[in-house]
Ligand binder design. Structure first.
Ligand code: FAD
Length: 295
């Protein structure tokens, strides 16, 4: 069946990712979830399939496909396992997306190729213990002095930021105040292994248990001035309110998140809803297919 807006290549992509998810992810997803284990092997395989850098131009090592292709890929992975979908969606939207959209040419050439193959993952650190929905409550600071940023503070719940193959994160920090005296936020690139930067994996989550989630600590972490991503004070305009990538970033994550919240045991609601029409019959409740009940 062809879905509305989908061209033949989208249908082929859906078929290919679905087959991969069924064959490679589904059999091991319950065990990884049970153990709360992030799988490097699966991440590598997803990279080989081309699930990282889906919308990145070929010149930076990506697949140069459209956003619909990206959404289809995430949807098909989420159909069998929220954890792997979180890895893919966070890496593409939160890791790669800001670098692609706001990075300088040098930054894109330096970071993107390794992030499009599955060799490396990248995080986006916004949330703090007291700054989630209200991200303007961020306390982490980045001070520019003598051509260097000095970062102090911490982040929490940062996806893909502490795995064995993580190369770094983009970190939102208070970099000063504007002319009205309000905090100004900038985004700084911090590579793994930088002195004063520590990334610790969080365990025992309630969901996305097989995805990598991290706490980040910055203790006089010093990086070069060129590690600024976009403009000074540009963090909010860049990521939350502008353009295709910003919207996609949160919508896709939210979509995967919502689908994951309604697991119904062996066959999840997400699987039923995202299946072909006859597939929805597989998920029965009081003798009726869940897909029918929802319609
Ligand atoms: C597995 C996982 C992965 C994550 N990955 C990342 C990541 O890669 N990068 C990153 O920066 N963050 C990440 N996060 C953090 C996530 O973005 C935050 O959890 C989210 O923004 C909510 O913030 P909070 O947890 O502080 O909850 P709070 O902001 O304290 O919200 C708690 C509840 O209150 C509600 N609420 C909050 N404000 C209002 C209001 N004004 N009116 C009504 N209701 C309100 C919320 O809807 C929510 O239900 C991740 C979180 C998880 C669990």
């Amino acid at each position: 069946m062809s879905y509305i807006f989908c061209e033949k290549e989208h249908d082929l992509l859906r078929k290919g990712v679905r087959e991969f998810a069924e064959k490679e992810i589904k059999p091991i997803a319950p065990e990884l979830d049970e153990k709360g284990e992030f799988s490097l092997e699966l991440t590598k395989k997803m990279g080989e399939l081309g699930l990282f850098g889906v919308f990145v131009p070929e010149e930076y090592g990506g697949q140069e496909m459209d956003y619909l292709s990206y959404v289809i890929a995430v949807e098909e992975i989420a159909r069998v396992d929220g954890s792997q979908a979180a890895t893919v969606a966070a890496h593409n939207s939160l890791g790669i997306g800001p670098l692609l959209q706001f990075g300088s040419e040098e930054q894109k050439e330096k970071y993107l190729p390794q992030l499009c193959t599955g060799e490396g993952l990248w995080g986006f650190g916004l949330t703090e213990p007291e700054a989630g929905s209200d991200s303007r409550a961020s306390k982490t600071t980045a001070k520019l002095k003598d051509g260097k940023w000095s970062i102090n503070g911490s982040k929490i719940f940062i996806t893909n930021a502490s795995s064995e193959i993580t190369k770094g994160s983009c970190v939102q920090a208070v970099s000063g105040v504007d002319e009205k005296g309000r905090n100004e936020y900038s985004t700084i690139i911090v590579e793994q292994g930088t002195e004063g930067f520590d990334a610790q994996t969080m365990h025992n989550k309630l969901m996305w248990r097989a995805s990598n989630t991290s706490e980040l600590y910055f203790d006089n972490c010093v990086v070069p001035e060129e590690n600024l991503l976009g403009k000074i004070g540009g963090a909010f305009g860049s990521y939350t309110h502008s353009g295709e990538s910003g919207t996609m970033l949160f919508d896709t994550m939210l979509h995967v998140f919502k689908m994951d919240m309604v697991d119904l045991g062996p066959l999840s609601l997400k699987e039923a809803v995202l299946s072909e029409p006859d597939g929805t019959k597989a998920c029965q409740d009081y003798g009726k297919a869940v897909g029918q009940k929802l319609s």
